[in-house]
Design a protein around this ligand. Structure first.
Ligand SMILES: NC(=O)C1=CN([C@@H]2O[C@H](COP(=O)(O)OP(=O)(O)OC[C@H]3O[C@@H](n4cnc5c(N)ncnc54)[C@H](O)[C@@H]3O)[C@@H](O)[C@H]2O)C=CC1
Ligand SMILES: O=C(O)CCC(=O)C(=O)O
Length: 387
């Protein structure tokens, strides 16, 4: 029996995928696995039996990845599962920034009961007029699951699309429309584009990527869209740019005291992934990842351990070893198994930075004494008897 805890509401259609071997628990500290959306986990203490965390979403900046790896907790995310939901809201953001749609709607509301409203609207509407998307230059920074969808869709709206991603994956490159111009220097996006949208993860290397000097390079009346993370942008510099008449609008999906209520800023309450479809997709993928890890030891879409799959175990036993990626560890654990007369019939050992993961299918079940010896290896983080 496995236990899981949900730190945020997770779509039932996903949780329904757990077999009857799983039970939901109220206390995170007692759970084998945690499902989370945006809840901040950096200050959480983890129970010793916690083996996996699945982020039902893309961004993992709310989870202490390194600490989890050191505690033998595999962290997963659900790449691409909410990308379409975000893409659609980015276009809503572009439209809201191009014309004062919200101002217009508010005006209509304020005139409710006015019998002459149709005639008044024809006079009033010039106050809310704007510009079109077609023919404008859109710069997309980060061509991953979301960036590619935004870039491709924008070409169908007649936009001239520039894409920048020095680390683009082969899959994303395959998916990118040939109409998108591949830009090698992000500065060219800053200098050329009417709309700039950022879709990169929040990392030390991307924090405040859009800063004062980037804004200085931008065209007058640029519209900046941020559906990735607020800390990617120096938002005070953006407010200064709006006040100086350089930036026409800043659209953000991340309310905070700096931007909420400010002129020239449209802030949405983190709704990018809040669609039934995205929530269902993320929950289903997260539950599948956790189930495959808990039941088979397979890792798919981890963000702190290497991916590693050996299907369903067909031998007498399977063990999973989470260890540091250091010299001599493989020799030590295979010697312990050999000394215990346990034949390894299949194994995979994968590494990711400082961490490594091994799955071993063995011809006899391991005894508690063998587990104890494996655990005692200096660079061993966690030993799991999967079967
Ligand atoms: N508003 C919302 O509700 C949502 C926000 N997000 C945010 O959007 C981010 C992106 O999501 P996905 O596209 O699904 O992730 P992804 O991992 O598929 O794509 C990220 C892309 O950014 C690129 N990248 C990394 N550093 C870069 C740099 N310095 N310059 C240019 N490109 C760089 C990577 O190569 C990758 O292709 C997430 O990390 C998350 O923070 C994601 C989903 C929902
Ligand atoms: O779960 C959510 O609503 C947030 C989605 C998000 O920001 C992400 O997937 O990175």
């Amino acid at each position: 029996m496995f236990s899981y805890h949900c730190l945020n509401p997770i779509a039932e259609v996903g949780l329904d995928q757990f077999s009857t071997d799983y039970k939901k628990v109220e206390a995170a500290v007692t759970a084998d696995a945690i499902l989370v959306r945006s809840a901040a986990m950096h200050d959480m203490e983890f129970g010793r039996n916690l083996q996996a965390i699945a982020r039902a979403g893309a961004g993992v900046n709310n989870i202490p990845l390194e600490r989890c790896a050191k505690e033998g907790i595999v962290v997963f995310n659900t790449p691409g599962a909410n990308a379409n939901g975000v893409k659609e809201l980015v276009f809503a953001g572009m439209l809201l920034a191009s014309r004062d749609i919200v101002g217009g709607i508010e005006w209509v509301k304020s005139q409710s009961g006015e019998t002459d409203i149709a005639k008044m609207a024809e006079k009033q509407k010039k106050a809310y007029a704007g510009t079109e998307l077609a023919g404008k230059k859109l710069g997309v920074i980060g061509l991953g699951a979301i960036g590619v969808k935004v870039a491709n869709a924008a070409t169908h709206l007649g936009m001239d699309v520039y894409g920048y991603d020095p680390y683009i994956s082969v899959q994303a490159a395959w998916n990118l429309s040939r109409s998108v111009k591949h830009i090698d220097a992000v500065e060219d996006i800053y200098k050329e584009c009417d709309f700039i949208t950022i879709h990169v993860p929040l990392l030390d290397s991307t924090r405040q990527m859009i800063n004062k000097s980037a804004i200085q390079m931008m065209k007058k009346d640029v519209i900046i869209l941020n559906f990735a993370r607020d800390l990617l942008v120096d938002e005070q510099a953006v407010l200064d740019g709006i006040a100086a008449g350089k930036i026409r609008k800043y659209v953000s999906d991340f309310p905070n005291p700096t931007t909420a209520g400010q002129d020239g800023v449209i802030v949405i309450p983190h709704l990018g992934a809040s669609t039934a479809e995205a929530e269902d997709n993320c929950a289903i993928m997260a539950v599948q990842e956790i189930s495959d890890y808990m039941e088979n030891g397979n890792i798919t879409h981890s963000v702190n351990y290497p991916d590693c799959q050996m299907g369903i175990c067909q031998t007498a036993g399977r063990i999973a070893l989470l260890h540091y990626n250091r010299q001599g560890v493989i020799a030590q654990y295979t010697t312990i198994l050999g000394d215990a007369n346990i034949n390894v019939s299949d194994m995979t050992n994968k590494t990711r930075g400082d961490f490594a993961y091994a799955l071993l299918d063995i011809d006899a079940p391991v005894t508690p004494e063998v587990v104890e010896k494996l655990d005692a290896i200096e660079d061993m983080i966690r030993v799991r008897v999967v079967k």
